[in-house]
Design a protein around this ligand. Structure first.
Ligand SMILES: Nc1ncnc2c1ncn2[C@@H]1O[C@H](COP(=O)(O)OP(=O)(O)O)[C@@H](O)[C@H]1O
Ligand SMILES: [Mg+2]
Length: 265
């Protein structure tokens, strides 16, 4: 489904600040795989997402999604088939537009519909029904400006915008990290439900190693622009937090230094 073959990204090439953020990285995902990604700060996790989304073109290697070579496809075209939720709840939505306007824009963009068209009643009913299932009371606030919502509510709206037309790939970049623990749990449950409903192929970066091992079907660990560990199946089922940290130290010759990492959740 997703085939990343030997991608490299060097920032500030030829300057004293030259930095290889992705180093000949390869990763293959089957349809419906839900992969969690962990790694120290600066390991290249977000850069990997940027490369997949086309924020920049990679210096080397290829990226294929659902049989289509997207290595040189423009970012706005990729965004129609790739959904992405960021850590910052402000990033995914337009604050001055209402909930229904935000969702309608996302829906029209992917469906090639006219953006200026009046909101269709049937579509609004669909958005409402979807929001109701998330049980956050948002279905009664369709005409509320998104800027007035809490971080958790905004992340739910963003999640719906990314999945109202199921994307070929869903990328979650620590999308619950800025939320309080109870809200974070709730958003994670909604995320799991959506992924299950559409059998979405998903990559999720998380700073929470424990939940990385319990969520999804496979876990990869990144360090210095490379994948240093890739576990699934029985091996993953039996892996404890400490085993993972030990493997990290062995393979990277460092101590895991993600300052925001939570050990016991
Ligand atoms: N646009 C950029 N320009 C220069 N350096 C960058 C840029 N984006 C990321 N980097 C560098 O690449 C490395 C990996 O960053 P990032 O992918 O954001 O790490 P992570 O998400 O794993 O914490 C870091 O050293 C970061 O400073
Ligand atoms: Mg990051």
């Amino acid at each position: 489904m997703l085939n990343i073959n030997g991608i490299t990204k060097i920032f500030a090439k030829g300057t004293p600040n030259e930095h290889m953020a992705l180093n000949n990285l390869s990763l293959n995902l089957d349809k419906g795989e839900f992969v969690t990604i962990v790694g120290s700060n600066g390991a290249g996790k977000s850069t990997l997402f940027n490369a997949i989304c086309g924020t920049f073109f990679v210096d080397n290697g290829t990226i294929t999604l659902d049989g289509r070579d997207i290595t040189y496809l423009k970012e706005h075209k990729r965004s129609k088939i790739i959904g992405r939720v960021f850590q910052d709840p402000m990033r995914g939505t337009a604050p001055n537009l209402t909930i229904e306007e935000n969702i309608a824009l996302a829906y029209a963009r992917v469906n090639h519909g006219p953006l200026g068209k009046a909101l269709n009643k049937k579509d609004v009913a669909l958005f409402k029904e979807k929001l109701k299932a998330f049980d956050m009371g948002l279905e009664d606030r369709m005409k509320t400006k998104v800027g007035l919502l809490s971080g958790g509510q905004r992340q739910v709206v963003t999640l719906l915008m990314c999945t109202i037309v199921p994307p070929k790939l869903l990328l979650l970049d620590e999308h619950t990290a800025a939320l309080d623990p109870a809200t974070s749990d709730k958003i994670m449950k909604i995320t799991n439900d959506i992924i299950k409903e559409f059998n979405l192929t998903t990559l999720m970066i998380t700073h929470n190693i424990n939940s990385a091992l319990k969520t999804g079907t496979r876990t990869i660990m990144m360090d210095e622009g490379q994948i240093i560990l890739d576990i699934s199946g029985e091996e993953r089922k039996n892996m404890q937090l400490n085993d993972l940290l030990t493997l990290y130290s062995q393979r990277s010759h460092k101590v895991f230094d993600n300052d925001r990492m939570l050990f016991n959740e």
